[in-house]
Design a protein. Structure first.
Ligand SMILES: [Zn+2]
Length: 274
C-alpha cells in the first residue's frame, strides 16, 4: 500500500486514540518538532487546526476535516516512502494497529527487500521448472529423431508427396506442403523422424495438429487414417508406441535429464549470484 493511503486509512484510528487514551497526544501531533522526531516529517506537523492553515499551505494538507477533542484539524499530506517505517512504528508503539492488521505494511525496508527477493526466487523457480521440462523434451526428441540414424532424402520427400497425390495427408489441400510427423516425436507417442512417419501437410493442418497423433487429429476420417497407415506399412515403419521397453527407457532418460538440468541450473545460478 502507498504510504499516503496507509496514513489516510489510519487517521480516524489515531484521533480515536487521542480521544480515548491520551488527549495530550493531539497537541503533540500538532507540534512540528514532535512530528519531526516521530514521523521524520520535515516541514509540517502531522495535523494542524483547520482555520489556521494558510491558504498557500493548504495544498500540503488533505482536504478532509476531523473533529477531535473540540478542535477541527486537517492532516498533512506530505508523506513519502521514507516516512513509512516511522509511521508504522508509531502505530505499533501506541497500539493503534497490530502487526496482523498491518500485514505487510509493518515490514522494515530490509524485510521488504528480503520478501521481494523471496518472491523473485519463487518466480525464478517457475522458469527453472520450464527449463527442466524443455531439456527433457528436447532430449527425448533428440533420441527419437536419431534412432536408426537414417536420412530422409529429398528423393524420399518427393516419393512421399507422390504417394499422397501431392496433397495434404489430412485435408487434401495442395497448398505449400510441409514435412509433418504423423506420430509426434515425444515421450508419450514415440514417433520417429524417419521414412514412413513423415507425411505431407498443409501449413494450416500442421499448425492445428500440433503435437496430436494423426488418428486423434483425423478423428472420424477413417479414409485418411487408413491411407496414412497404409503408407507407414509400405515403408516398413514399425511404430514404437506399443513397445513397453522403449517407453520405459525413455521414461528413465526423461527423469535423468531432469536431475542433470536441475543440478546445472543451480550451479550456474550460484556462479551468477557471486
Ligand atoms: Zn491440410
Amino acid at each position: 500500500m502507498k504510504i499516503g493511503k496507509l496514513v489516510h486509512l489510519f487517521i480516524p484510528k489515531i484521533f480515536a486514540y487521542c480521544e480515548k487514551h491520551d488527549s495530550k497526544e493531539l497537541n503533540r501531533l500538532m507540534d512540528l518538532d514532535y512530528s519531526k522526531s516521530t514521523f521524520h516529517l520535515s516541514s509540517y506537523p502531522f495535523c494542524s487546526p483547520s482555520p489556521k492553515i494558510l491558504k498557500e499551505q493548504s495544498i500540503r494538507y488533505w482536504a478532509d476535516e476531523f473533529d477531535v477533542l473540540n478542535k477541527t484539524v486537517r492532516v498533512c499530506s506530505q508523506w513519502t516512502i521514507a516516512h513509512k517505517e516511522y509511521f508504522v512504528q508509531y502505530l505499533l508503539e501506541k497500539g493503534i494497529a497490530t502487526q496482523t492488521e498491518l500485514q505487510n505494511e509493518f515490514l522494515s525496508s530490509e524485510e521488504y527487500v528480503a520478501k521481494q527477493k523471496q518472491q523473485a526466487l519463487r518466480k525464478n523457480s517457475r522458469f527453472k521448472n520450464s527449463a527442466i521440462g524443455n531439456a527433457q523434451n528436447l532430449f527425448i526428441r533428440n533420441i527419437l529423431s536419431h534412432l536408426g540414424n537414417e536420412n530422409f532424402t529429398k528423393n524420399d520427400w518427393e516419393e512421399t508427396k507422390q504417394f499422397f497425390f501431392n496433397s495434404c495427408a489430412y485435408c487434401g489441400s495442395s497448398d505449400s506442403l510441409e514435412i509433418e510427423h504423423a506420430i509426434p516425436i515425444n515421450k508419450k507417442n514415440m514417433g520417429e523422424h524417419r521414412l514412413g512417419n513423415l507425411v505431407p501437410s498443409c501449413k494450416s493442418c500442421n499448425k492445428r495438429k500440433a503435437s496430436k497423433d494423426f488418428r486423434d487429429f483425423l478423428g472420424e476420417n477413417e479414409g485418411r487414417i487408413q491411407k496414412i497407415e497404409l503408407y507407414m506399412k509400405s515403408r516398413g515403419y514399425a511404430s514404437l508406441e506399443t513397445n513397453e521397453q522403449v517407453a520405459e527407457l525413455l521414461e528413465m532418460a526423461y527423469r535423468e535429464v531432469a536431475d542433470v538440468a536441475a543440478r546445472y541450473i543451480t550451479i550456474i545460478n550460484r556462479v551468477l549470484e557471486k
